[in-house]
Design a protein around this ligand. Structure first.
Ligand code: COA
Length: 429
């Protein structure tokens, strides 16, 4: 068997041989295929990049048919059960698990970079009283580029490291302050005695007490949710980080672009839609009618189906377990019963089985976030905090990849050509 593709251009009758490497052909190799001497080379039309690999990456592996998700080769189930978010962040960025000394140094660095310049606090306070926390997060992460102008020196490994540490460390501070802002509550400074996730909860919920101690089960559940969201290979926001980063801009600007992409309802907003749907259904008795409407094409069962997973999303299984732990502390969210019944009915229904529609990560995560008393606008902020190490691992891989170029897709031009301009004074007379 030869690892190549023979292409016959029926316009000219000419045949070409294109090498296949790692199951892919180089789109540039198709450029040699031309209808005539001066004709443009053949291009690939792929809106949404549904079948175009934009990079080689060793960060995250997904097999959607089998429901497999691995970070740097480790199954997500094992990481969620036995690791911590900070260790997973180290793994994603460095490519291997830390030794004890490496972990301690990493945790120390992250902990001691949680504070932000006071001017960041003052400009955040300038947002409107009802500013969306995701807009505040995006703007403040982008603004960090002005506080660390050396961040543009992206070819220096040590420099890249310190910016990545800063970003992972400061993201919970900025996220928590965006949350407090909309509530009109004073911003809480980081508490360096606390671990990463416990400190985040303290900045979110602390009031007059001298120390905020969140229930350990809640800390663990939120830490697991961060792990589950830490990376998902070339999704929309990661692609945005890579695309903007390919211009060699500083990482704060590139990650701010990723946050912008995540802000959109098709990416980070599905768990909010799940909650709205469950509230609308209201009682278990209304489920059959709702399912009937879905099957008739009136609406979608939110939190079901995935572009990549055609099997149970492995993250959904872990979140279901985390639900139990959280509800043990907060009391059961009454919507859980409806969600469980919906899932049971859908998994047995021919319509969903035939289309390989299974619960995705968003089906249960909204219920947990609501139990924490997060308003829906905060859901994507939590997602962004979890995704930050993944964005940075991908960004770091990009800037060191000699094959990468500035992202600059082709287009198929469909507009007019060579029109003669008539000045306004003549056109309007
Ligand atoms: C995630 C999603 C956008 C993936 O879409 P996709 O890969 O482009 O799949 P398609 O839209 O082509 O759907 C394939 C078929 O399944 C159906 N389908 C997909 N998701 C469905 C859902 N949640 N409820 C009901 N039907 C669904 C489509 O109607 C289509 O049916 P058809 O072949 O009869 O036309 C889609 O499953 C969806 O909208 N899910 C709900 C939103 C959600 O939970 N998003 C979070 C993703 S993490």
């Amino acid at each position: 068997m030869t690892d190549s593709l023979t292409v016959r251009d029926n316009r000219t009758g000419q045949e070409y041989e294109v090498p296949i490497t790692d199951g892919a052909i180089k789109a540039a190799d198709l450029g040699q295929i031309k209808a005539g001497e001066d004709a443009p080379g053949l291009a690939v039309y792929d809106p949404g990049f549904v079948n175009t690999a934009s990079c080689r990456s060793s960060v995250t592996y997904i097999d959607g048919e089998k429901g497999i998700l691995e970070y740097r080769g480790y199954p997500i189930e094992q990481l969620a059960e036995k690791s911590s978010f900070l260790e997973v962040a180290y793994l994603l960025i460095h490519g291997s698990l830390p030794t004890k000394a490496e972990y301690e140094a990493w945790a120390h660095e992250i902990t001691y970079h949680t504070f932000v310049h006071e001017n960041v606090r003052t400009f955040m306070q300038g947002f409107r009283y009802d500013a969306h926390p995701m807009g505040m997060l995006m703007a403040s992460v982008g603004a960090l580029s002005t506080f660390y102008p050396d961040a543009r020196n992206i070819s220096d490994a040590e420099n890249r490291h310190i910016q990545m540490v800063r970003m992972i460390a400061k993201m919970p501070t900025l996220g928590a302050w965006s949350f407090r802002h909309a509530q009109g509550k004073p911003y809480v400074y980081p508490d360096n005695d606390l671990g990463y996730t416990a400190n985040f909860l303290s900045m979110l919920f602390k009031m007059s007490e001298s120390k905020f101690g969140a229930d350990e089960r809640l800390v663990k559940a939120l830490d697991v949710l961060f792990i589950l969201h830490a990376d998902h290979e070339q999704n929309c926001s990661t692609n945005a980080v890579r695309s903007v980063g390919s211009s060699q801009v500083d990482p704060y600007s590139a990650v701010a672009a990723g946050i912008g992409a995540l802000y959109g309802p098709l990416h980070g907003g599905a768990n909010e839609a799940v909650l709205r749907m469950l509230k609308r259904i209201g009682t278990k008795e209304n489920i059959p009618d709702f399912i009937k409407g879905v099957k008739e094409g009136n609406e979608r069962l939110m939190g079901f189906g995935h572009r990549v997973y055609k099997n149970y999303d492995p993250r959904a299984t872990i979140i279901k377990k985390a639900c139990d732990d959280v509800f043990e502390v907060t009391g059961v969210n009454p919507l859980l019963e409806i969600a469980q019944e919906l899932e049971k009915i859908a998994l047995e229904d021919e319509y969903f089985v035939k289309r390989k529609l299974y619960p995705n990560v968003d089906f249960y995560s909204g219920l947990i976030y609501e139990a924490f008393q997060f308003p829906p606008e905060m859901f994507t902020v939590l997602f962004a905090i979890g995704r930050t190490p993944g964005w940075l691992a991908q960004w770091s891989e990009l800037v060191q990849d000699k094959e990468q170029k500035i992202a600059r897709p082709k287009q198929i031009y469909t507009g007019d050509r060579t029109l003669d301009f008539v000045p306004a004074s003549e056109r309007w007379s």
